[in-house]
Design a protein around this ligand. Structure first.
Ligand code: SAH
Length: 449
């Protein structure tokens, strides 16, 4: 076992899924934040367990040629981004490698490093922010949680957000301070304002502001609305009532204080209505490229039936509807399903049907009713597919399965399970939708043997 507080020398040989460097010392894996593969470092052991340890660089003995000075002044503190200390080339290399390694290790593939759809810019790409609000010396401020804590780190200008989003945050914070709106205190479960949620349509420029409050009203809403109206694109203000303890950001009740309660944006040539609770990918440009890849892999013909599980507001479903005979979307959040139906109507799409429910249960029910899709598209949350979804897909036996994933480990697990049910991996690629952050998307095509 390594000794806490002792200094060791080591070479960084790998990355964790969270983007930390990994070194091996005396048979123990040491996780080192802000480290780059190939670097020789002196590190201090901060935590020591039998098989692993956490270390901190105290001296860089040999720097990687990929090391960069951080463009973000709070990057080391803020838990939002992971990779400001390296160039983008290294970031995309490690992301492609991670997807490849997962499929090789967990799905029994033997792939060479997969291609990755790299992003044209790392700046201003995020169309959504959820700022936790805190208080310092009686003044409210908002920012992002420090990694692994609920301490709020202030950042006047977040590099991955558009400036309008930060402008909304600043405006709300000013309103809070001038009107003495109380700030939520997590430990005591007192105070009103918890989070400032901002979503801005990358194409439409429309801005939705949602304040998450431990209550059901805010003082002087008209004062806030007047201020927000000065920000170009401001379209709607919604309150989300969240009076529960815990980490969930949004509550279940929503009150629209100004505008329609939703915004619109354009993706893949279609217009989408987006409510606060609806999932919408945060990187518009890269999402469009990812969905174009999904559509190409689905190779849909005019007579095909497509089943889209975990369809959100129907983005992929409706983008595929144009080339399919019929599309069916399944989504668990009722508000998103309402948005999806509304989105079909506003785009004049008449061959789409949406069901609200668990993807697995709904797919099994559809299978019982005799639905036999030619193509199944899945885009589940990080935990991947549940057993019912896999079972339903195996019984429906579509020619093609297009799997869009935000977690390569669960993707690889599910690919392995589908391989046992008569499918083979036809193609796979990674996609970078979250530059500077450790998350990586991927897309695979499976075909029936
Ligand atoms: N394909 C959409 C949404 C993908 S995100 C898009 O790209 O925009 C995953 C979606 O799965 C979310 O909308 C989430 O609400 C939904 N979801 C989560 N668990 C689910 C379940 N058990 N059954 C159906 N949908 C689920």
């Amino acid at each position: 076992m390594l000794i806490k507080n002792q200094i060791y020398e080591a070479t960084i040989t790998d990355y964790t899924a969270e983007g930390q460097g990994v070194a091996h010392i005396e048979g123990c894996a040491v996780f080192v934040p802000n480290a780059i593969v190939g670097e020789r470092v002196r590190l201090r052991i901060e935590k020591a367990q039998k098989t692993w340890a956490a270390g901190k660089i105290v001296e860089l003995l040999e720097k990687s040629p990929h090391r960069r000075s951080r463009e973000c002044p709070v990057a080391k503190l803020c838990g939002g981004c992971d990779f400001w200390h390296m160039d983008y080339e290294e970031e995309t290399r490690l992301k492609a490698q991670r997807v490849t390694d997962c499929l090789n290790r967990l799905a029994g593939e033997s792939l060479d490093t997969l291609p990755i759809l790299a992003a044209p810019t790392c700046l201003g790409y995020r169309n959504k922010a959820q700022y936790p609000v805190a208080q310092k010396k009686g003044k409210a401020y908002a920012g992002f949680f420090r990694a692994g804590t609920h301490q709020v780190v202030e950042n006047p200008r977040c590099r991955i957000l558009p400036e309008q989003t930060d402008a909304v945050k600043g405006t709300v914070v000013d309103y809070v301070n001038q009107n003495r709106v109380s700030v939520y205190d997590e430990a005591a479960h007192t105070g009103l304002l918890r989070h400032i949620y901002v979503r801005r349509g990358a194409v439409s420029g429309q801005i939705l502001v949602c304040l998450v409050v431990n209550g059901s009203a805010i003082p002087k809403p008209e004062a806030l609305i007047a201020r927000l109206k000065a920000i170009p694109g401001f379209a709607t203000l919604v309150l989300s009532e969240n009076t529960r303890k815990g980490n969930a950001v949004l509550g279940d009740k929503f009150y629209t204080l100004y505008g329609p309660g939703w915004i619109e944006d354009t993706l893949c040539g279609l217009t989408f209505r987006l409510s606060p609770r609806s999932f919408y990918q945060v990187n518009h440009h890269q999402t469009q490229r990812l969905y174009e890849a999904a559509i190409a892999q689905a190779a849909i013909t005019k007579t095909d039936t497509v089943l889209d599980l975990y369809c959100g507001v129907g983005t992929i479903t409706l983008a595929m509807a144009r080339s399919a005979g019929k599309v069916i979307g399944v989504e668990v959040i009722p508000q998103a399903v309402e948005d999806a139906r509304e989105n079909a109507a506003r785009n004049g799409i008449t061959n789409a049907e949406f069901f609200c429910g668990d993807a697995g249960a709904a797919a099994l029910a559809l299978e019982k009713q005799g639905v036999r899709p030619d193509v199944v598209v899945v885009d589940p949350p990080r935990k991947g597919l549940n057993a019912d979804a896999i079972e339903a897909m195996a019984r429906m036996a579509p020619k093609r399965i297009v799997y869009v994933s935000c977690d390569p480990a669960t993707l690889a697990r599910d690919v392995g399970l589908l391989k046992q049910r008569g499918y083979r991996l036809q193609s796979a690629q990674a996609a970078d939708l979250f530059p500077r952050c450790a998350h990586v998307e991927s897309i695979v095509l499976m075909t029936r043997k």
